[in-house]
Design a protein around this ligand. Structure first.
Ligand code: NAD
Length: 469
């Protein structure tokens, strides 16, 4: 069995012991064995990391675009050399099947970081408005707090953008999947970036996360995770008027119009809903189908879901891994148990492997748009199918959500784009348009505040100054 024990935080350009001797065990959700640990950090560790980030800020903020670009290019090279190890560690700590881990959990953050190395090398945007010169400057020390479902991507989306903008960072990754972030710290060590520009402190949300969110030395908190924690972080930052950006939950709609390629729309839709075992904030967990194709879509979705191979994430045949934890599995099973809609695939009695935190891919049809499974983020492989009669009704059902993160529309091009424009959500894929890692990413309503990725993501970490002449 692989063991990965990390006993230090990465602070001020070195691995340093934690103020606490306590450790947090890291479980493999397939074998259900604890195979590693990290320090259970403390507010004192956060103080040290914030001091290091503050000390590094002036130098990094005033570095030239060429210097910052070169530094991030070195970081990208060092991280790319660890791509296989990243996929392996995410497979161990999260249970993502290896093929998907390589493409998404390792490949995507590398693409995002390469983009930020390029953006860092360009001069900060300036413009003239009347007698004013308008300049963009780094906001300061950034506290980054991330969840477990895409452990490195969510980290790099913040760290890459913040560093490219000239900010310095204190990161707290999820205590469920903290090991991947150490590979990033190792890459920082190898790439020889200035000490203190990036600091890693591991620990729980209540101990380390809230210390970062409430720290007077942190100028901005960038958070990805649940809506509940996002609200707590906003409260903590409000007392000192610190900026907060939030990437939160979702309950996205996949709208299949009557002139859609139904077979493609359903197959791609089911794949999207169950990516990473449904633990994806952008998952299209509500499939809205025009009544003309409804029965066909339900049958095909059920058949597609039932065809998934569940098993060992390191087995090439596995399409669906376990959920991240026993608690997550129980939470997802609770939603299935309480659902009153028509079960057409999966469910609590469907066969799953004898070990690991598995839930069978589950599809409900005839789902009431106001019911719990249509309204709450389940974060597991559970799909709700809902019929509609015309475009207006489809839009109304899609927008009947407290969330607004992602979505999809299938149909003839112009009509599908017209429906996409009416959805109150941060991103819409039309007829299978692929995810763009350089386009702005973020939510409407309770899905968040602010945008990540690409140039929009960098702008979040900047202040704007007007100089009058
Ligand atoms: P979570 O909110 O429980 O935890 C996220 C992070 O916040 C963890 O590092 C945790 O330790 C920390 N935390 C917990 N309590 C805290 C507190 N009081 N103060 C400061 N930090 C605290 O979320 P999770 O269970 O790790 O992730 C799942 C959730 O994340 C889902 O709701 C999902 O939709 C959301 N998510 C959103 C996006 C997005 O980009 N919109 C991406 C991925 C996940």
């Amino acid at each position: 069995m692989t063991s990965v024990f990390r006993d230090e935080h990465w602070i001020g350009g070195a691995y340093v012991p934690s103020a606490s001797a306590e450790r947090i065990g890291v479980e493999n959700p397939y074998t259900e064995e604890v195979f590693g640990h990290v320090p259970a950090g403390t507010p004192e560790d956060v103080d040290l990391a914030v001091s290091a980030a503050r000390a590094a800020f002036d130098g990094w903020a005033s570095a030239s675009p060429a210097e910052r670009g070169a530094a991030l290019t070195r970081l990208h090279r060092a991280l790319a050399a660890r791509a296989d190890e990243i996929a392996r560690i995410v497979g161990l700590e999260l249970g993502t099947p290896l093929k998907i881990a390589k493409a998404v959990q390792a490949g995507l953050p590398l693409t995002v970081l390469a983009g930020y190395a390029e953006l860092a090398a360009q001069p900060a945007h300036e413009e003239t408005i009347g007698n004013s010169l308008v300049v963009h400057e780094p906001i300061g020390v950034v506290g980054a707090i991330t969840p477990w479902n895409y452990p490195l991507h969510q980290v790099v989306a913040k760290v890459g953008a913040a560093l490219a903008a000239g900010c310095t960072v204190v990161l707290k990754p999820s205590e469920l999947t903290p090991l991947t972030a150490y590979l990033l710290a190792d890459a920082f060590a190898e790439a020889d970036l200035p000490p203190g520009v990036f600091n890693l402190v591991t620990g729980t949300g209540p101990a380390v996360g809230s210390a970062i969110a409430g720290h007077p030395g942190v100028d901005m908190v960038s958070f990805t995770g649940s809506t509940r924690t996002g609200a707590a972080i906003s409260h903590a930052a409000a007392d000192r008027i610190a900026k907060v950006s939030l990437e939160l939950g979702g309950k996205s709609a996949n709208v299949i119009l009557d002139d859609a390629d139904v077979v493609k729309a359903v197959k791609v839709g089911v794949g999207n809903a169950f990516l990473n075992s449904g633990q994806t904030c952008t998952a299209w967990t509500r499939m809205l189908v025009h009544r003309a194709h409804y029965d066909e879509a339900v049958e095909l979705a059920a058949k597609t879901a039932s065809g998934y191979t569940l098993g060992d994430p390191f087995d090439a045949a596995t399409r669906l891994g376990p959920l991240a934890s026993a608690a997550q599995k129980e939470r997802v099973r609770g939603f299935i148990e309480r659902a009153t809609a028509r079960l057409v695939a999966g469910g609590l009695d469907a066969p799953v492997p004898g070990q690991g935190h598995f839930v069978a891919p589950t599809v409900f049809a005839d789902v009431d748009p106001d019911s719990e499974i249509a309204q709450e983020e389940i974060f597991g492989p559970v799909l709700s199918i809902i019929p509609f009669d015309d475009d207006d009704e489809a839009v109304a059902i899609a927008n009947n959500s407290k969330y607004g993160l992602a979505g999809a529309v299938w149909g003839s091009d112009a009509r599908a784009v017209a429906v996409a424009r009416r959805l109150r959500t941060g991103a819409v894929d039309v007829n299978g348009g692929s995810f763009n890692p350089f386009a702005p990413f973020g939510g409407y309503k309770q899905s968040g505040i602010g945008r990540e990725l690409g140039a929009y993501g960098l702008t979040e970490f900047q202040q704007v100054k007007a100089i009058q002449r």
